[in-house]
Design a binder for this molecule. Structure first.
Ligand code: AKG
Ligand code: FE2
Length: 332
């Protein structure tokens, strides 16, 4: 993991930049705001821009944390009980900041099938979801995964801005670099022999949009998932794509099943904890690491852990046919 600690002078530059633009950026997720934010990001301190450029080009660790931003807890107010109630809180400043730094590593995008098509997600514990495989669960282990592993247009990176994490609930991280696999196993993992089903966050029951049309692509992927590879890219320094909880192999393909087992075991052994603190901004390379979360006890009293999250792509053009218009960042 690489860490950049914002110093006092840099923090002043960031605060001033936010002071100047936050009021004008009424709808942070609108096309015009996102374009403005991308340009404003070039006024962030040089050291941050240089670090994010190196990160984007994979010259640094797959996990990068920028610490030292200070969240005004009084302004932000209580953690909402559900992401649907996020409008009650004043987090525009943090959303602008996260969108700004994110736009220095790629372009933010969202899914029309997730959190009602919001581009900036709220990761908060929700009552009733305690034991689900969802970002909004708490008491159960959120098993490690590539974000949106099932989808060919999944993000290259994920960014988190931690608003609060009073009980230090841990995100878990596993690097692809930790793998030490025999050549034969590695070769199997490079082959299209694995199915990955859509995770539960893309289900209609976890959205309020009941427009069935929005879910048709994901439903099709559920009915007949493609065969995909777990490892891809450079054989010596591969990328990975996995979400073992939602994965399977063809019946009778013992070789693929064993290879997936070995892969899962090695990643499991090398997982480590990332306890985000207030104001931390984390970047997760969705090709070079997997992430999950350890169980924790939610409080539901307004003081719960709260993270803002953005999906980032290197190339919006790849999803052009899956988005209704140029100005629309939501994949359906
Ligand atoms: O809550 C966390 O630390 C991570 C949850 C998660 O998997 C996500 O937000 O993508
Ligand atoms: Fe995730």
């Amino acid at each position: 993991m690489d860490i950049l600690s914002i110093d006092a002078a840099e923090l002043r530059v960031i605060e001033k930049l936010l002071d100047e633009c936050v009021d004008e950026l009424e709808d942070v997720e609108s096309d015009s705001a996102l374009r403005r934010i991308t340009v404003l990001a070039h006024e962030l301190p040089t050291r941050i821009r240089a670090a994010l450029n190196d990160y984007r080009l994979e010259r640094t660790a797959a996990l990068f944390v920028i610490s030292g931003y200070i969240v005004d807890q009084d302004r932000v107010g209580p953690t909402p009980k559900h992401w649907r109630h996020r409008a009650e809180a004043d987090t525009r400043r943090e959303e602008v900041l996260l969108a700004m730094v994110s736009s220095l590593v790629g372009d933010p995008f969202g899914w029309s099938t997730q959190q009602d098509g919001r581009l900036i997600h709220d990761v908060i514990p929700i009552q009733g979801h305690e034991h689900e495989q969802l970002g909004s669960s708490s008491e159960t282990l959120l098993t490690w995964h590539t974000e949106d592993a099932f989808h060919p247009l999944r993000g290259d990176f994920l960014s988190f801005l931690c608003l609060r994490n009073p009980y230090a609930a841990a995100t878990t991280i596993g690097y692809v670099d930790a793998l030490r696999l025999p050549d034969a196993t590695r070769a199997v993992l490079f082959e299209d022999r694995f199915h990955i089903l859509p995770d539960n966050s893309h289900l209609p029951k976890h959205n309020s949009t009941d427009g069935a049309e929005v879910f048709s692509t994901v439903e099709e992927m559920h009915r007949s998932p493609d065969r995909v590879a777990v490892l891809f890219g450079d054989p010596d320094q591969p990328y990975m794509r996995a979400d073992p909880y939602f994965m399977s192999v063809d019946e009778g393909d013992a070789e693929a099943r064993d290879a997936l087992g070995e892969f899962t075991e090695q990643i499991d052994k090398a997982m480590f904890d990332l306890c985000l603190a207030d104001g931390d901004i984390a970047f997760l390379d969705n090709f070079r690491l997997v992430h999950g979360r350890k169980p924790f006890q939610a409080r539901y009293d307004g003081t719960d852990r709260w993270i803002k999250r953005i999906n980032i792509t290197h190339d919006l053009r790849k999803s052009r046919a899956s988005r209704p218009g140029l100005a629309n960042r939501l994949i359906r």
